[in-house]
Design a protein around this ligand. Structure first.
Ligand SMILES: [Zn+2]
Length: 185
């Protein structure tokens, strides 16, 4: 005679299956949550890199870089702040002499942003920008200076300067040097 599973047994089996299904769902949800967090971190990093790349093309315009927003600069091979030609819109003029700069400043008057690249920045091609080996993948990556006022009060000011490696090979960013002072430096 064929074994007949009692109704109670069938119910118990069904319950066990439901319980197992639920466990699987919880595990899947945990995995998805972790993946989502990872994707969020990647996106955040991409946004931060995008912000830096945009600033690399415009921080030179600030008359007082770092005062009102984060300033980022490429460096030339001697470590001097530099502007990359590739990041400049075609209409932007590059100042050729101190005399031209003095004339420009007279015309500029009360405007707070330069529209001509000042002579105190090196103008370079991107491939000439200073690079350093990425500590994660070992490939040569862009070295960028971040400069910003981090504290502005009646009794105390603080300015931060840090060097960041931005690696386009592995997508990571690493701060390699950090200095701060109580005045611009
Ligand atoms: Zn890397």
């Amino acid at each position: 005679m064929a074994t007949r599973i009692s109704l109670a047994q069938r119910f118990r089996n069904h319950e066990t299956k439901l319980h197992d299904d639920h466990k699987v769902l919880v595990e899947v949800a945990e995995i998805l949550k972790k993946e989502y967090k990872k994707a969020e971190r990647r996106l955040e990093k991409n946004r931060a890199q995008q912000k830096i790349i945009t600033a690399l093309g415009s921080s030179w315009k600030d008359q007082d870089p770092g005062k009102y927003s984060d300033a980022y600069f490429l460096l030339d091979r001697n470590g001097k702040r530099a502007v990359a030609k590739e990041l400049l819109p075609p209409e932007i003029e590059i100042c050729g002499s101190q005399e031209q700069w003095s004339d420009y400043l007279r015309e500029l008057r009360f405007q707070h942003r330069y529209e001509m690249v000042p002579p105190f920045y090196s103008v370079i091609n991107l491939k000439q920008a200073k690079k350093q080996r990425c500590p994660r993948c070992g490939k040569l990556a862009l070295l960028v200076e971040h400069y910003v006022q981090t504290c502005d009060s009646d009794v105390y000011d603080e300015w931060l300067k840090e060097l960041i490696i931005i690696c386009t090979h592995c997508g990571q960013m690493d701060t390699v040097k950090k200095q701060s002072k109580d005045a611009r430096f």
